[in-house]
Design a protein around this ligand. Structure first.
Ligand code: 5GP
Length: 173
């Protein structure tokens, strides 16, 4: 039984707002933003967000993982990486959820080596009460410390296509 934590309507409304915030923030700084989608979990958030940013947006996709089941393994594995130059660019890293920040701090450290003009982080969800290595610049929703699924987030590759963010009451299958 999956309980809805954030409905599709609330997600879309907040993402529209985030798009406006980002447009406002970047409009006097650059005419092209380079958005990095952290796969696979950010896929829906990324897709909705970039459509709500009113300027040119270039895309990169990277895939890293540190989770197995419901907990972080503490090791970050890179499966694919950016294939566009980001030196001197205004870069925004688009993440699904920030928990310990371990995955993202690794990604950020590496991206900084390419010398972007500016690098910001936007996350759809941030877990309250967790100590994170990373402070996001833009946050969609702060949620309690629960394992959530849906809108891109999986449990062993399942549930990603739920149109809302939810959590499973009882045992995850
Ligand atoms: P961190 O490195 O910040 O601890 O974890 C970040 C990554 O772990 C996220 O990008 C996501 O893939 C996964 N993750 C963290 N918390 C959750 C959660 O509650 N649900 C799901 N499905 N994945 C999570």
């Amino acid at each position: 039984m999956v309980d809805v934590l954030i409905s599709n309507e609330r997600l879309k409304e907040r993402i529209r707002e985030l798009g406006r915030e980002l447009t406002e923030y970047y409009k006097d700084k650059t005419d092209t933003l380079h958005a990095v989608c952290v796969l696979k979990g950010s896929i829906h958030f990324f897709s909705e967000l970039v459509q709500n940013i009113d300027m040119n947006v270039e895309y990169s996709f990277i895939q890293v993982s540190s989770y197995s089941g419901v907990s972080s393994t503490g090791r970050v594995r890179v499966k694919s990486w950016i294939d566009e130059p980001i030196e001197g660019r205004h870069v925004i890293v688009v993440e699904d959820i920030l928990d310990t920040g371990l995955t993202l701090s690794y990604v950020i450290d590496y991206l900084k080596r390419y010398r972007p003009a500016d690098l910001k982080i936007v996350t759809m969800l941030k877990k309250l009460g967790r100590t994170s290595l990373i402070t996001p610049d833009f946050t969609g929703f702060e949620i309690e410390d629960k394992f959530v699924i849906g809108y891109g987030l999986d449990y062993n590759e399942k549930y990603r296509n739920l149109p809302y963010v939810g959590w499973v009451r009882g045992e995850l299958k």
